[in-house]
Design a binder for this molecule. Structure first.
Ligand code: SF4
Length: 360
């Protein structure tokens, strides 16, 4: 790849992003975003932030995960704490009842979530499982008619997407996760093509497609760009960007590859490649972005509120305060509904002038 001038690169990316032309950003341009230096990080974020604001203003959509069935999956996805043989010690339980799922969803909706994501571990649902999910959707919609429901149940068989749609499901999530070329490095029990097939089945039934990736699994820049280009080719409405949580007890334990700066470059690249698509900050944001999380709001326009499927996120209230402090607004919450956070001023009672050790 030739050396590119940063100003020219960002100007091209912003022009393309503001217009969201079909085809848009090229593979080389996306790779060049990942190759930028930490010195250029704020320029990259600012440029991608212009694209984000063009399509989504300062809005942040909140989504809330409900894990309907946790652990004990027969698949072997190497990154997953619920995989076959996982020793991650995560919660294991079978299907929540519609009442239990609705009670869990209540918390997220009260916190401001516009979408509830109903997730179940496993290769794919049986028809009985689909019946159960349909009853759960019914119960949630009964209580929260305005909320969007997304289902994430694994591979879909004939007719299942249509049944979910008829029950009121709005979207279906099925991530591609990594590039086709390296898919066999993260899973041996199914293939990239199987995942593409399910995304297309969901779309074919008229469901909104949600499909994303996981960064930090040992992939190259080329893999990251290729999975994002593959996602763009599928035309999803939302793209969750997960940053690997390398659970102990899984094959990827100890895989810590991401810096906050790299995570931001990845998010910027996804924004440039998919300018008008909902880009969602997903699992791992607290651990990998750390104190730079608010900068990621200039790139992503959506996040999961609160906890993830098998790991705990930061407190929901901290998410809301972060959004408000960074000058963004929760979609659907109106303005001024989030009280400004006022920390108490703590009087120093340690260090110099005291008998207690200083804070350092
Ligand atoms: S199919 Fe889903 S739940 Fe099962 S191991 Fe893979 S990612 Fe985890």
């Amino acid at each position: 790849m030739e050396t590119v001038d940063l100003t020219d690169l960002l100007s091209t990316l912003v022009d393309k992003g503001l217009q969201a032309e079909p085809g848009g950003v090229t593979r080389d341009e996306a790779l060049a975003v990942l190759a930028t230096s930490d010195d250029d990080l704020l320029d990259v974020v600012a440029a991608a932030g212009r694209v984000r604001r063009r399509w989504f203003g300062r809005r942040v959509k909140l989504n809330y995960l409900v894990n309907l069935k946790s652990g004990l999956c027969p698949e072997d996805c190497f990154y997953c704490s619920q995989r076959l043989g996982s020793e991650a010690g995560v919660l294991k339980y079978t299907w929540l009842s519609p009442e239990q799922a609705t009670a869990a969803a209540d918390a997220g909706v009260t916190g401001g979530a516009r979408r509830v994501c109903l997730v179940a571990s496993g290769r794919g649902p049986t028809d009985r499982d689909v019946d159960r999910v349909c009853r759960t959707v019914d119960a949630i919609k009964d209580r929260h008619p305005q909320v969007e429901v997304c289902a994430c149940l694994g591979f879909l068989a004939d007719g299942q997407a249509e049944r979910l749609r008829d029950a009121g499901v709005h979207a279906y999530n099925h991530n591609l996760n990594t590039s086709e070329a390296t898919y066999a490095d993260i899973c041996t029990t199914h293939e990239f093509a199987d995942r593409v097939d399910t995304v297309q089945r969901a779309q074919g039934a008229g469901l909104s497609a949600c499909s994303g990736l996981i960064a930090g699994m040992g992939e190259s820049d080329e893999d990251l760009v290729d999975v994002v280009l593959a996602l763009r080719g599928l035309d999803p409405d939302s793209v969750p960007v997960n940053l690997l949580l390398p659970f102990d007890g899984t094959p990827l334990a100890g895989t810590w590859e991401l810096t906050p700066q790299r995570a931001l470059r990845i998010l910027a690249m996804v924004r440039f490649v998919c300018p008008d698509v909902e880009v969602r900050l997903a699992a791992g944001r607290e651990v990998h972005l750390r104190s730079l999380q608010p900068l990621a709001l200039h790139l992503a326009n959506s996040l999961f509120l609160g906890d993830y499927l098998t790991s705990e996120g930061q407190a929901g209230q901290a998410d809301l305060e972060m959004i408000a402090d960074a000058g963004f607004v929760v979609e659907g919450a109106g303005t001024g509904t989030l009280p400004a956070h006022r920390a108490d001023v703590a009087v120093r009672r340690r260090g110099a002038g005291t008998d207690l050790p200083p804070n350092a």
